[in-house]
Design a protein around this ligand. Sequence first.
Ligand code: DC
Length: 217
Amino acid sequence: MKKEIIVIDGPAASGKSTVAKLVAQKLNYKYIDSGAMYRCVALYKLENNLSIGQLLNNIEKIKIDFDNNNHVFLNDKDVSDLIRSTEVSKLVSEIAKISKIRAYLVSLQQSYGKEKGIVMDGRDIGSVVFPEAKVKIYQVASVETRAKRRFNELLDNGKSADYLEICNNIKKRDYDDMNREVSPLIKVDDAYELDTSNMSIDEVVNKIIEIFNEKVK
Ligand code: DC
């Protein structure tokens, strides 16, 4: 299989990571979750009790790796679960606004892309990290669809969930992602917009593989 870079950008909870993992599996590519990297920086700040200034001074001490089972390691420690905590989720959008942090993570992301053969999802991957990528997907779904998916996911995991609260949360994250000054979420001209509101996961994965096959010959 030819080694390329597949980019999947889009708003929060649009199912990017589920789809990106499956696409990577099918092509025998590596999956890189760029959102997990912003979460790692937030976790590092919390664990070391750093001010933003101290965090910026120590940014290069942060080492982030992914294994082939979609686990993420912060300075060699598996933090795959820790980065999903409420504290990290609350802090991460502040972290993602800081241009020095973005510049550091973008350089790490570009280094993972050197060998190609990767699927990376995020917000600015097609616009900033890999503007030259041949396969760019902009994955969207209606707020209601995304909230319903998240609601069912929480119930399936035995947790309580409030549909309206989830809807409002998603709308706020969309607003924050699309309106921040540095690298806001945008659909670049050469990205294929895929509205997954009425599609199953398999249909989305197959569509992306079809686009990959068309673009990469
Ligand atoms: O996709 P996620 O919820 O794990 O992303 C966590 C945060 O990082 C969220 O605030 C959006 C931000 N992010 C970003 O600014 N750029 C990316 N490439 C990926 C995520």
